[in-house]
Design a protein around this ligand. Structure first.
Ligand code: HEC
Length: 149
């Protein structure tokens, strides 16, 4: 018998046990690594969420937005209450589209609407107009209207 093979098989058996112990430990480590990664990803998501949150207006002034909506001429096509008018412009609120989409559209419209640069309507004014659109009341539910019951 080749002593190398004999030794080898003995060693292998022992190694196998060691290997089990080691993989066990390794799996343990992997679990911890995963947990650490989750924590890292979690905080990364939290950070990116707060970055995204900053791009949405938090301090928009709805009352000023209502004035700007008139002064900047939005009302001419969208109506004073942003309710929309079929031939001139769609309804914009309540529940406006996401702010990122909203501001992109005002700056770079793709249809018949004229573009508004940040010189004409600064970002702060846009945030106010957006706040105004968000502040618009929802229509009452149909079953709260006596004539519809
Ligand atoms: C000359 C008419 C006109 C004026 C003025 C105008 N819009 Fe529009 N707007 C439109 C029309 C028409 C559309 C529909 C898409 C298109 O053809 O561009 C539209 C679409 C939009 C949309 C996209 C709505 C959606 O659901 O995708 C937003 C947001 C918007 N307008 C905001 C504004 C704001 C804010 C102002 C004022 C700063 C303004 N518009 C002024 C005509 C106008």
């Amino acid at each position: 018998m080749n002593p190398m093979v004999g030794d080898g098989s003995l060693m292998n058996h022992k190694d196998h046990k060691d290997h089990k112990a080691r993989t066990g430990r390794r799996q343990h480590c992997r679990t911890w690594l995963l947990r650490a990664l989750c924590v890292l990803c979690g905080s990364f998501l939290a950070i990116s969420a707060s970055v995204v949150a900053q791009t949405t207006p938090s301090a928009g002034n709805a009352q000023n937005g209502r004035k700007l909506f008139a002064a900047d001429g939005c009302y001419q096509c969208h109506g004073y209450e942003a309710q929309g008018a079929t031939p001139t412009g769609p309804r914009l609120g309540p529940k406006p589209i996401a702010f990122a989409q909203f501001s992109k559209y005002v700056r770079q419209p793709t249809g018949q609407m004229p573009p508004y640069t940040s010189k004409v309507v600064p970002d702060a004014a846009l945030a106010d107009i957006y706040a105004f659109l968000q502040s618009l009341p929802l229509p009452p539910p149909a079953d709260s209207i006596a004539a519809l019951r």
